[in-house]
Ligand binder design. Sequence first.
Ligand SMILES: Nc1nc2c(ncn2[C@@H]2O[C@H](COP(=O)(O)OP(=O)(O)OP(=O)(O)O)[C@@H](O)[C@H]2O)c(=O)[nH]1
Length: 397
Amino acid sequence: MRWVPDVGTALLFGGLSHAMMAALLAVFWWRSRSDKGFGWWVANELQLALATLLLLLVAWLPAGLIMCVSNALLLASAPAMETGLRIALGRAHRSALVCRWLVAALVFGLWLASWLMGAGYTSRALIFSLGLLVQLGLFASFLLGVRAAAWRLPVRLLLASVLIVALADGVRIIQLLNEWGSAKANLASALPLLTLSGLFAAFLRLCAMLVLVHGRVEQGLRQAQAELERRANVDAQSGLASRAHFDIAAPQLLANAARQGLPLSLLLCDLDHFKQVNDRFGHQAGDAVLREFGAALRQVVREGDLPGRLGGDEFAVLLYDCDLLRAEQVAERLRQITTGLQLPDASRLSLSIGLCLITPPMSFAQAYRCADQALYAAKAAGRNCVQRSMAAEVSLS
Ligand SMILES: Nc1nc2c(ncn2[C@@H]2O[C@H](COP(=O)(O)OP(=O)(O)OP(=O)(O)O)[C@@H](O)[C@H]2O)c(=O)[nH]1
């Protein structure tokens, strides 16, 4: 026995399903403000729901009016879909969009003219189906030209949905040609096929939209996460590694150097009398000095070194693959660059530096203590100088 759903059931099922998909898309659109172009896809699903449900009202409204509105909505579906997609992709070229909507209007105009001129059902349906096939072909050719990697899956799903409708439309055209001139040709015989293929296509479109929304949300989260990481890892004032990042990265650098048997040196730098800079010129001038010093510090380090701001006017640099001699040269160069930085009254800044050569199995905490002692000694020795720690003396001898 061959099962054929009755026309009314197919229409009701199809119309309500389209309406539910439209509602689902609208919720996504509304809640996540998904993307530009998304509104067109919501509208497209609504169009299809209306076009299908309208056909159920044939007993209450004039059949001509229903056919006119329903066909106009159906023919507007492909351009609405493509308009949304083009807007989302940033390829909403006016000429291309006008062309698509004109084709839809032309097909509708031809169908309307044939109806007004009293053409039979088969001719009218053929004009409609052939016009729809042209529209689907244009949309498919656009989809085939979309190359963006992020759009691969949604575009394939959309393409599959277009092909399904085109296939059903092709079957309908063959059916109409076979029925040419026969009195039994009518819409009812094709409705189950068209409604069900349209529904399946709509389901694929819905999947494509959900993949897009998911991708967009995921991208947003990834960007937010990257921004949070950047804020946590980079000191906003100086542009150097933050204290938090330095505390994590420093032991890793120590482990790398030990594994590779490379020397590593730690410089601890403290601006001299920085409090007076704030007191005399204000905090904004103090902030500017911190920024300038951050830039000076970046100037003397190499790629692979770790410069950071530990807090206030205290900075640290881990110099990778750097022995004591070179560390002293770097520290001296940094001190000289700093003394070249001018304060608002043209007086000069100065810098005290404590340095320590890190030799395994020294931990970062031990190295920090050594460099801090050396820095303390530099301050005690009158500031504006470089001192190396006693641990360094031991390791040199
Ligand atoms: N403008 C500005 N000042 C800061 C910031 N963080 C800390 N400071 C100030 O930096 C100053 C640090 O002073 P200290 O390290 O105690 O002492 P100093 O004046 O540098 O003197 P010595 O270190 O002994 O040479 C304090 O006055 C802090 O208020 C900041 O982000 N911006």
